[in-house]
Design a protein around this ligand. Structure first.
Ligand code: NAD
Length: 305
């Protein structure tokens, strides 16, 4: 496992990060015991970075993660959570909500300080409010010692760039934009590096599309994208290949990304992903599988109001 520095924050994150949305049941019900075991196993195996949000399972993911981290030395993990998104359609980027949100997250997670706080899904807010109100509120929390670094997350990279230009942001979290069928983020990595902004790349399986199990019902992908991913999963299987394994290897190789966040819901998945991390990449299979996705290359779904 490599531990990479995250922009100019002074924070180091494991190259494989634990995405905690599955702990909130976002990808199907998960027993608390199993969730805690997955987190503990991840720490044992060297994963140090955990990303969560009050939105995941309406605070359940934060509560379960807090229980899992109880008793673990604070130096052993880096924690990011988010502010501004609380339900599918509930967003509040106001200063008062942000301050309340941080205090609630600290309590649920059982820590005195958050390493990283992202403004969650900025395309659902007013960019003006985020720049004038949300980010200054987070900076006040940074000065107060409750937050170490500040970030923005979202799907459209143009929205992330617009906010980064203000110089108010330490880190960006981009998702589903560096996968087997969409490498849009790759065109922006140099620019983020020039701005001294750290990059977290989330969702190498495109939120389940690039797995044999397929995506959950709520997945926003078009029928064309869903159909293509299911087809490729089947053809890959018939050749003895696992689509998820290739998807994992493709994303983890992205240069200029400090950590790749994978959503994990069991100890078995943690162990499998850790074993994939150590394996060499099957270059021939990679070229073959990428060619299967030509017809949907760089396609993505709309996000934001
Ligand atoms: P993902 O692409 O990581 O896919 C998660 C799915 O893959 C889950 O169903 C999981 O069970 C499955 N999976 C994990 N390991 C597997 C394996 N070895 N084989 C087969 N299936 C496997 O999607 P994600 O969880 O949405 O993204 C990762 C994390 O990134 C999230 O949990 C969250 O922390 C973060 N994220 C943030 C934002 C945001 O801020 N807007 C958006 C998306 C994701």
């Amino acid at each position: 496992m490599k531990y990479n520095s995250l922009g100019n924050t002074g924070i180091y994150v494991s190259e494989l990060g634990f995405g905690c949305s599955p702990l909130g049941g976002v990808f199907g019900f998960i027993e608390e015991k199993e969730a805690i075991k997955a987190v503990r196993t991840a720490i044992e195996l060297g994963i140090t970075y955990f990303d969560v949000s009050p939105y995941y399972g309406s605070t359940r993911a934060e509560l379960v993660l807090g229980k899992a981290l109880k008793g673990v030395h604070r130096d052993q993990f880096v924690l990011s959570t988010k502010v501004g998104r609380y339900d599918d359609k509930v967003f509040d980027f106001s200063k008062d909500r942000i301050l309340k949100s941080i205090h609630e997250s600290l309590l649920r997670l059982g820590v005195d300080e958050l390493d990283l706080v992202f403004v969650h899904d900025v395309e659902f807010g007013s960019t003006n409010q985020i720049i004038q109100e949300t980010l200054p509120a987070l900076h006040a929390q940074k000065r107060a010692g409750l937050v170490k670094a500040i970030g923005v997350s979202g799907l459209p990279i143009a929205n992330l760039r617009e906010i980064v230009k203000t110089g108010l942001v330490d880190v960006v979290l981009s998702y589903c934009q560096y996968t087997l069928f969409n490498t849009t983020l790759g065109h922006h990595l140099n620019w983020f590096s020039e701005q001294s902004v750290g990059v977290i790349n989330a969702s190498p399986f495109a939120m389940g599309l690039l797995t044999n199990e397929g995506p959950p019902l709520w997945h926003p992908a078009s029928p064309t994208i869903r159909k293509k991913c299911a087809q490729v999963a089947n053809v890959a299987r018939s050749r003895g290949l696992d689509l998820a394994q290739l998807a994992f290897h493709f994303s983890i190789e992205a240069k200029g990304v400090a950590s790749t966040l994978v959503g994990m819901k069991s100890e078995a998945q943690v162990r499998k992903n850790m074993s994939w991390l150590k394996e060499p990449i099957d270059e021939e299979a990679m070229i073959w599988i990428r060619s299967r996705f030509k017809s949907i290359q760089n396609q993505i779904w709309p996000s934001g109001f």
